[in-house]
Write a protein that binds this ligand. Sequence first.
Ligand SMILES: Cc1cc2nc3c(=O)[nH]c(=O)nc-3n(C[C@H](O)[C@H](O)[C@H](O)COP(=O)(O)OP(=O)(O)OC[C@H]3O[C@@H](n4cnc5c(N)ncnc54)[C@H](O)[C@@H]3O)c2cc1C
Length: 433
Amino acid sequence: MIQEKNGTWVSWNENLIYDYKNLYRIENEQELQDVVSKADKIRFFGTKQSSADIAAGIETLIDITTYNKIISYNDSEHTVTVQSGLILGDLLEAIEAKGWCIPCLPDINTITIGGALATGTHGTSGKLLCEYMTSCTIVLADGSLKTITEGEEMMDAIRVSLGALGIMSTVTFKCEPIYTLHVKEFPENDSEWLPKINDRLKKHDFLRILWMPHTDHGYVITGDKIDPDTEIKEDLGPAYLKHRRTASKILYKYSHVYPWITAIANKIIHKAFFSSTKEHKGSLYQATVTKSRGSVIELAEWTIGLNKFPQVFEELKTEINKWSNKSFIHIPMDVRFIQKDNSWLSYAYKEDMVTMGCVSRNAATADSYEAFKSIEKIFLKYGGKPHWGKRFAAKNNQLTKIYAKWEDFKVLRQKMDPTDKFLNPYLTKLFNA
Ligand SMILES: Cc1cc2nc3c(=O)[nH]c(=O)nc-3n(C[C@H](O)[C@H](O)[C@H](O)COP(=O)(O)OP(=O)(O)OC[C@H]3O[C@@H](n4cnc5c(N)ncnc54)[C@H](O)[C@@H]3O)c2cc1C
């Protein structure tokens, strides 16, 4: 184990910066237990890619990324057990090599397993990543180890728990046989894609809509499972499409000073980068997950019940199209779908949900990005839930109204961490602890 003293912790997009006194880079479970048992207060972090202030902010920290091995496979049960600091992309490549997959993936492969689980990281048209976890060991506040297995009620509490109940140490995932997805991408007017959501969810194995605010268009991505040998007309669109993120960065450069520039930039980006069609095939991981991003961004994301989405969407669209308001939103707003589950702090607790992302491509000026406030106001009005790892302002008073199990979670948290060892200032406010 390496210990560093008196350094500075900086989140990936440099929006969160804290000094720390002790930072431990642990490599095994015993080290994790020892550090936790000796600390009065402690937080732990993965690749620091959360926008929410949930990973640091206190004097003693654990860097979990050095605890990153695949421990074992169970070939007959299709399970894999890993240390929680493993990078998601490393896990996915390893299981693909065995002919397995996790059938619902986020659009990022550089996050850690522990970070992804803690914040309820989800994919597109399926479940949260944590729903594929069949068992885990967690390090409790006193440093002892607890194993939790599918079927126990505690599993529903721990799956999405913001690292507030304990630190995930090892995690076992149930995998499925790998499959090939035939992906088609095409632009569509809002009046077309919005009413087709339910039909498309039934028809396709994968559905994602990149909505382009201020253009009246979405970019629809569908995926259908096919035999890997099926011939398709591969078309990846013009070569210049790969410059989309760089072009966006330039076009939005002064949008924090003149927010209305965004509306013009969006029209240009829509025409240049989202008006062609594409067709390709590959595994879910290879065909749909972004492998590298040229620049940092700041993110918010809200979820709403599938049946309420059209109304929320229309209200949001009307609001942001008013030239009197400053909530111009950068492209795209990522619309995805999550199936209901039983996890207490899941966005999809007992209800099928739609998630809608909101991005600022100027991470450094995110505080003045009015869109984050507008989207929060509208989604909260309809009982929407924020992504735990992304930017939002709601706290205990609002969260207790929208999470059926919020108070139960708080009681459990208090029982499992009576001295609030795992709370930083942000989480203290969040839970009103
Ligand atoms: C470009 C980008 C794309 C994204 N795409 C998606 C997406 O498609 N879908 C989606 O749902 N989210 C997405 N996210 C959000 C992202 O998945 C989460 O913020 C995730 O938590 C980041 O993982 P991390 O390793 O950086 O964790 P960190 O940000 O370092 O930590 C997040 C939280 O996890 C806790 N934690 C870390 N390790 C452990 C552990 N072992 N046990 C318990 N708690 C732990 C930390 O204390 C902290 O509270 C995206 C984020 C970015 C920046």
